[in-house]
Design a protein around this ligand. Sequence first.
Ligand code: AMP
Length: 112
Amino acid sequence: MEDCIFCKIAAKEIPSKALYEDGQVYAFYDLDPQAPTHFLVIPKQHIASALEVTAENSAVVGHCYEVIAALAKQLGFDSYRVVTNCGESAGQSVFHLHFHVLAGRDMTWPPG
Ligand code: AMP
């Protein structure tokens, strides 16, 4: 989608620090890490937020979780947090569905 920063990152029009890529998803390190390890997993297709997940596009969400599990194992984490902010008041700033993966420190609950 034009003017979507994560579409541009997935298309390599904007540089990022890649971690994993296949035909459906792209994983890259967050620019502003909130944990010792903080990366993002995004579908390559533009889905604006979790609110836009439907029966037609939900397979890629399952694939994102498969990729997250594989990357966590590869990086040596058996404990990590996956976060998806949905909507501005929940903290979403980039309107392209993404899964934050945070690891390498103890997490608190509830999140702020
Ligand atoms: P959210 O606020 O939940 O929508 O998350 C967006 C995330 O994207 C934030 O953690 C940002 O630090 C991250 N981010 C924004 N631009 C970039 C970029 N060019 N490369 C890597 N991460 C980015």
